[in-house]
Design a protein around this ligand. Structure first.
Ligand SMILES: NC(=O)c1ccc[n+]([C@@H]2O[C@H](COP(=O)([O-])OP(=O)(O)OC[C@H]3O[C@@H](n4cnc5c(N)ncnc54)[C@H](OP(=O)(O)O)[C@@H]3O)[C@@H](O)[C@H]2O)c1
Length: 240
């Protein structure tokens, strides 16, 4: 069984994701509040780790490519390194582009979700770094299978999906999101085309959220005018 997935994001009131573009806080409001609220609220969601897309993890990971020699062919099988009881930092990285240089991201144990086409040298590098990995089919896009494997290998019951918009959109389209948690910041971006919470990459006639409905769970207003919204994702009514 796959873990419960809570998509947890912070955005401007127009749903945009790049804080550096947002209007500044109103006079007297602490500029450190967005980060503080985001982490505090995340801690209340009871997750055992977090998932991000390859591009977002590339901004976090600080390693560089090493190409170590791989003795013989390494099997495309789940590799569980030493988790040391830590939460999981999961990266959806189909082509093996992220280099870690260590076994953690922000103190949480790294698990790479890969396509089977990655090189043996890349797998050897992950093993040297102490990183765990699992496979998501040939092209690395079988997210449901990867989540089932995460539960089997690590026993995680709840994970936060924390962006960016592309990977959130892929999870939405695959109907793998159980809850949406959005921290709305009192700020505006305002420009057309800036990445937003869900940025599924597809054809113009696709509806990535088709067949799904949101049921309100709770709303909390936090210091500084931040609003924390929680919705359960349900199957849409048959008539919709
Ligand atoms: N405000 C916030 O809360 C927040 C949170 C997170 C991120 N961000 C920002 O968002 C930006 C990155 O977001 P992003 O949307 O461009 O990238 P992303 O979602 O972080 O990563 C997208 C990548 O994930 C991989 N991927 C694996 N399976 C996929 C699938 N089924 N569909 C689509 N992609 C799949 C692809 O890697 P390959 O290209 O290698 O195939 C794809 O390019 C960063 O600037 C980051 O700072 C903001």
């Amino acid at each position: 069984m796959r873990p419960r997935i809570v998509c947890h994001m912070i955005s401007s009131v127009d749903g945009r994701l790049h804080p550096s573009r947002w209007t500044p806080p109103a006079a007297g409001i602490n500029a450190g509040l967005p980060h503080r609220h985001y982490e505090e609220v995340a801690g209340r969601l009871g997750a055992e780790g977090w998932i991000v897309g390859r591009k977002t993890m590339s901004e976090i990971a600080k390693g560089s490519e090493r190409n170590p020699a791989a003795a013989g062919g390494l099997p495309r099988e789940t590799h569980v390194a030493d988790r040391k009881g830590r939460d999981l930092a999961v990266a959806i990285d189909p082509h093996g582009k992220v280099h870690y240089g260590q076994d953690n991201a922000g103190g949480d144990h790294v698990v790479a979700i890969l396509g089977e086409g990655v090189s043996d040298a890349y797998l050897a590098e992950l093993r040297e770094d102490g990183v765990s990995y699992v496979f998501a089919g040939r092209n690395g896009h079988d997210l449901a299978h990867a989540l089932d494997t995460l539960d089997e290998a690590f026993g995680v019951k709840t994970l936060l999906l924390e962006g960016g918009g592309a990977i959130n959109g892929a999870f939405l389209k695959a109907r793998l999101i159980d809850e949406i948690s959005v921290l709305v910041t009192p700020a505006i971006d305002g420009l057309s085309g800036v990445p937003s919470i869900f940025d599924y990459v597809g054809a113009i006639d696709e509806r990535p959220a088709a067949g799904q409905s949101l049921r309100h769970l709770s709303t909390e207003t936090l210091e500084g005018g931040f609003v924390w919204l929680r919705y359960r994702v349900e199957d849409a009514p048959a008539s919709a």
